[in-house]
Design a protein around this ligand. Structure first.
Ligand code: SAM
Length: 202
C-alpha cells in the first residue's frame, strides 16, 4: 500500500481543468457558508499548489499554504511570485506529527486532503488547536466511496461517512458543524460526491 507521489504530480497539477473547477466550486461554497469577516488569517492545509486559496484570494488576509510535499510547495511558491500575492506564503507542515503553530488562524480550509491523513480525529483536534476561538473550519472531501477513486493499493480513506465525521468534529471541540454537497467529480461512468464541512471552533 502506498500514497500518491505528489512531488511528481506537482508541476502539472494545475493543468487539469477539473481540479480548477473543483477549487472554484469549493471556494463558492465556502463564501456562501462561512462568515469570513474582514481579511481572515488563513491556513490552507494540504494546499498543494494553493488552488483553493487562489480562488478565494480577494477574501483572505495573511494566508499560509501548508503541505508536506516539496514539489507542491515549490509550485505554490512560483504561483505566489507570478501573481504577486504578497499576503500569501508557504510552509512545510505536518500537523499529524508536529505541534500546532504558535500563531492562531481565523480560517482553516482544506480540499481533498483529509482522506490522505490516517488519523482523522487527531487532525481535527490539531485544527481546533490551530484556530482562534470562534475561528472557522472548512473541509471539502469525498463522501464515502467504494475505493475506486484511487484504485487498489493506495492507502487512503475511501471518503467519509458524514454523520461519523460530524461527530468527530464535535468531539474535537467544534460547534455549528454542517455538511453539504458542493461538487461532483465525474470519472468515466461514475460520479464522486464531494462535501463541504463547515464548523466553528468553540
Ligand atoms: C489530493 S492533493 C490536494 C491538493 C489541493 N488541496 C487540491 O485540491 O488541489 C492532497 C494534498 O495533501 C498533501 N498531504 C498529504 N498528507 C498530508 C499531511 N499529513 N499534511 C499536510 N499535507 C498533506 C499532499 O502533499 C497533497 O498536496
Amino acid at each position: 500500500m502506498s500514497q500518491p507521489d505528489f512531488d511528481a504530480r506537482a508541476a502539472t497539477w494545475d493543468e487539469d481543468p477539473r481540479k480548477r473547477a473543483r477549487a472554484e466550486a469549493v471556494a463558492n461554497a465556502i463564501v456562501r457558508r462561512v462568515e469570513l469577516g474582514d481579511a481572515p488569517r488563513t491556513l490552507e492545509y494540504g494546499a498543494g499548489t494553493g488552488l483553493l486559496s487562489f480562488a478565494l484570494a480577494d477574501r483572505l488576509g495573511e494566508t499560509v499554504l501548508a503541505d508536506t510535499s516539496d514539489g507542491m510547495l515549490e509550485e505554490a511558491r512560483k504561483k505566489i511570485e507570478r501573481f504577486g500575492a504578497k499576503n500569501f506564503g508557504v510552509a512545510k507542515l505536518d500537523l499529524s506529527n508536529e505541534p500546532p503553530p504558535q500563531i492562531k488562524f481565523d480560517l482553516i480550509c482544506s480540499m481533498m486532503t483529509l482522506h490522505h491523513i490516517p488519523d482523522t480525529a487527531a487532525i481535527l483536534r490539531a485544527f481546533k488547536a490551530t484556530l482562534a476561538k470562534g475561528g472557522h473550519l472548512a473541509i471539502a472531501d469525498l463522501d464515502a466511496e467504494d475505493g475506486s477513486f484511487h484504485g487498489p493499493g493506495v492507502d487512503v480513506h475511501h471518503g467519509f461517512d458524514r454523520e461519523r465525521l460530524a461527530t468527530l468534529a464535535r468531539d474535537a471541540g467544534f460547534d455549528e458543524v454542517a455538511i453539504e454537497t458542493c461538487f461532483e467529480i465525474p470519472r468515466g461512468e461514475q460520479r464522486y460526491s464531494v462535501f463541504l464541512l463547515t464548523a466553528t471552533a468553540s
